[in-house]
Design a binder for this molecule. Structure first.
Ligand SMILES: [Zn+2]
Length: 139
């Protein structure tokens, strides 16, 4: 079944329809898969910054380029713990994350991957607050 709120048991595919990652455990159950990563344009258009920084998109592009990978583009990212809701008219609202301290999501790679992680600095993406989120990569 197709859905926008991915959780336990769901698989994330590449933009070439290759299964990449399976969500094997998810104690939160709400993550965003609609919004693009923040970018220079995000900070210019939404926040009105006169000298916008490159945001998550720029961070990911730079990190992958340092690995010798030029990305096709980043139409969307899997935004773990980001709580984006739709109303009946299709309006998008970024609400406070549903996650609580100690809750987690476990992703299992289905093939060897280079994964980019970025801590978003956009106010709306973080509902106006910034808290550290831990991560661990186990092989
Ligand atoms: Zn961001």
């Amino acid at each position: 079944m197709s859905k926008i709120y991915l959780s336990e048991g769901d698989i994330l595919y590449s933009n070439r329809s290759t299964p990449l990652v399976k969500i094997v455990a998810d104690k939160v159950g709400r993550h965003d898969f609609l919004l693009t990563p923040c970018s220079k344009d995000t900070f210019s258009i939404i926040y009105g910054d006169k000298k916008p920084h490159h945001g998550c998109e720029g961070n990911l592009q730079k990190a992958f380029l340092e690995q010798g990978l030029k990305l096709d583009g980043l139409p969307t990212t899997f935004n773990i713990f980001m709580n984006v809701e739709l109303d009946e008219k299709g309006h998008i609202k970024v609400s406070p994350p549903r996650s609580k301290a100690g809750e987690y999501i476990i992703l299992e790679a289905m093939e060897d991957l280079i994964v980019g992680l970025t801590a978003c600095s956009a106010l709306q993406s973080n509902n106006g607050s910034f808290k550290p989120i831990g991560h661990e990569i186990v092989s």
